[in-house]
Design a protein around this ligand. Structure first.
Ligand code: CTP
Ligand code: MG
Length: 167
């Protein structure tokens, strides 16, 4: 079982890195460009909000892909898979914010489970499109473990002063 958990975590690591990197990128860069261009949707709310930036998206894609490239050295991943998982994670995160705005949840306010799973489901969905289904046990492990890890790492980022909110 522990074997399966470790295997699942190595598989999804590029997506985790892709999802975590924007927090650091946003903290480091003085100027950022919101992906929705500051635009409002037909419900008079922002399409995505200021929390989703071009810089975060590009930085996340790069870092996640690079992670897979490093893992490729030990034959644990391929760069191409890493790129797909990273893009999927970031697109899933955008979809999550789009849904949050439509529900009237302000940027940075919590949406339990959606905040923790949007990027994972995005990564698994895009992976599915390119490579077909992953092992159901692996998928189940990731859906259970990811929210716990996400809350733990976000609390750590909050304590370190990287994030304004501990979720
Ligand atoms: N971030 C970014 N670009 C992205 C994703 C994230 O710049 N594509 C940065 C933003 O600074 C964001 C932080 O990473 O505030 C944390 O991401 P997240 O928790 O997903 O965003 P929230 O601010 O909580 O916004 P939302 O309510 O839309 O989830
Ligand atoms: Mg959030």
């Amino acid at each position: 079982m522990l074997d399966s958990v470790i295997k699942a975590l190595i598989f999804i690591l590029p997506a985790y890195v892709a999802n975590g990197t924007p927090v650091v990128v946003a903290k480091l860069l003085p100027v950022k460009h919101p992906l929705d261009g500051g635009k409002y949707f037909i419900d008079q709310r922002r399409v995505l909000g200021n929390g989703k930036t071009l810089e975060g998206f590009l930085g996340g894609t790069l870092a996640g892909t690079l992670t897979a490239y490093v893992l490729e050295y030990w034959h644990m991943h391929t760069l191409e898979e890493g790129l797909i998982l990273s893009l999927g994670a970031l697109l899933g995160d955008l979809a999550g914010s789009f849904i949050k705005r439509r529900l009237g949840i302000k940027r940075g306010d919590p949406a339990p489970l959606l905040d923790q799973l949007d990027f994972l489901l995005g990564a698994l969905a895009l992976y599915y499109v390119f490579y077909g289904p992953i092992d159901p046990l692996q998928a189940t492990i990731l859906i259970v473990v990811t929210p716990v890890l996400h809350l733990a790492t976000n609390s750590a980022a909050y304590v370190l002063g990287l994030k304004d909110k501990p979720w």
